[in-house]
Structure formats: C-alpha cells, structure tokens
Design a protein around this ligand. Structure first.
Ligand code: PXP
Length: 259
C-alpha cells in the first residue's frame, strides 16, 4: 500500500502514475520501413514493468506512430491509452472512433523536432471549447499541454479541460545545459502552476524531456498525479532494456514522492 500525502489544496494524494510514451519505438521502426520494433509490443512490456498508462502521439505527418498503431493499441491494451494529438478535425474524428481513455491536445508545427511549447489556450478559447465538448461527451478525459503559466491554466479550465499537462521541457533543458538558476526558476514556475491548477479543480500532469536526473523534483510536487515520459526511456532501453529503464524511473519517482 502506498503512503498518501496531502496537497496544499487539501486533497488526498495517491501514488504518482507513470505514462510511458512509446513514440520513439515507432521512430526506430520507421527509420527502416520494417514492421519492427513494434510499439505495441513495447506497450505490453511497459505494462509488465509497472507503467500505469501508455501515451502515443499521432502526429499529422505520421513521423512515428501510425493510424494502424493507434488501432492496434486500442484493441490490445488493458492499460489506459493517452492519445496525444493536435486539435484538428482529422484527429478529432480518429479520437472519436477509438475513444481512448484520455486525449492530450498539443500544438504541432511540421518543422519542429518535438512539441516545442505549450498550447496557446488563451488565443483559441472558443475553438478549443467547441473541439473539446464532443470528446468529453464521448468519455475521453481531455488534457491540455500548457506552459506553466496561470493565465493558460485558467483558460484550460474555462474551455472544459479536465486535466492540464505542464510542460517540463524548459526545466529539463536548463538542467542539461547547466543553467542552474534558470532551472530553479523553471521549477518554481512549475510548482506554482501545479498548485494553481489543483486549486481551481484541474487534474495536474507533467511531462516532456524528463530523465532520471530531472524527474525527482517534479515527482515530489504533491499536486501532480501523472508524468508522461518517453524519449529518455526509449534511449535508456538501448543500454539496459525497456523494462529496467521503466523500473528505475518508477523507483526514482517513488523515492521523490516518499512512498
Ligand atoms: N507530454 C507531451 C504532451 C508530449 O508532447 C511529449 C512528447 O511527445 C511528452 C510528454 C513526452 O516527452 P519525452 O518524450 O521528452 O519524455
């Protein structure tokens, strides 16, 4: 049994969930146009190794996860699937067809290497409200990937999101580039954003760029209930195997959380 902790907003917190993002298993597969390595096999292994959910980003350019991967994940997984996608009509149709447990809306630019910033919810409130409503009605928990900024979080609440996922990329980049004052400033922004989102009734997730070295201070924030981690785990799998990489991440999350 995991120990329970209280957030400043007073809600009782359970164990932090780990969503394993399997996009880059598909990146390696697509580099050669073979059917392997199979992201669905990675998802099943992740489940055995203690993942609490599977995350997959169906990008508009299909550079890693494919439509068929999403169909197979939807049929095969017993763990909850978190489908990351852009807020486009095409993606909405796909989500409504598969009805994943969760849909995380992210901004997408074709030329970017990865999701570079959070959604500008404030700039598109009306469009996002209309986009989210049918997904929520279909039973998907809708999450918005946002920078750790109070005004974006408040806008996420207004447009009907159940969850915000706080972008940890700035914090992780600053850490790995040795900009320690920036890292600490970014961490403080994430801490304040998590408190604020929790206080206004949003479920709080976090992710992007997290590694063994950066996960601890984020996992220690009591308002955060889920982390989504991919690139580092798939890279580490080259050296220790995916299951061991996930188990070690889990250990570090639990240690930071004090469970
Ligand atoms: N959360 C969101 C919304 C993302 O877009 C990504 C990257 O696809 C992640 C988490 C995982 O980031 P990483 O692969 O760097 O761990």
């Amino acid at each position: 049994m995991s120990e329970r902790r209280e957030s400043p907003a007073g809600r009782v917190r359970g164990r932090l969930r780990l969503g394993v993002n399997i996009d880059h298993v598909a990146t390696v597969r697509n580099a050669r146009g073979t059917p392997f390595p199979d992201p669905v096999r990675a998802a099943l292994l992740a489940e055995e190794a203690g993942a609490d959910g599977i995350t997959a980003h169906l990008r508009e350019d299909r550079r890693h996860i494919s439509d068929e991967d999403i169909a197979r994940l939807s049929e095969t997984l017993t763990l909850p699937l978190n489908l990351e996608m852009a807020a486009t009509t095409e993606m909405q149709e796909i989500a409504l067809r598969h009805r994943p447990h969760a849909v995380c809306l992210v901004p997408e630019k074709r030329e970017e290497r990865t999701t570079e910033g959070g959604l500008d919810v404030l700039a598109e409130e009306a469009r996002l409200s209309a986009f989210i409503a049918p997904l929520a009605e279909a039973g998907c928990r809708v999450s918005l990937f946002v920078n750790p900024e109070a005004d974006q979080i408040e806008a996420a609440k207004r447009v009907g999101a159940a969850v915000v996922e706080l972008h940890t990329g700035g914090y992780c980049d600053a850490h790995h580039e040795g900009r320690l004052a920036d890292r600490d400033r970014e961490l403080a922004r994430i801490r304040n954003a998590a408190r604020h989102a929790d206080a206004i009734g949003l479920e709080v997730h976090a992710g992007h760029g997290l590694t063994y070295d950066t996960v601890g201070p984020i996992a220690a924030l009591p308002e955060i209930v889920e982390l989504n981690i991919g690139h580092f785990l798939v890279g580490e799998a080259i050296f220790v195997g995916l299951a061991e990489a996930i188990r070690e991440m889990r250990r570090r999350m639990d240690a930071a959380r004090g469970v």
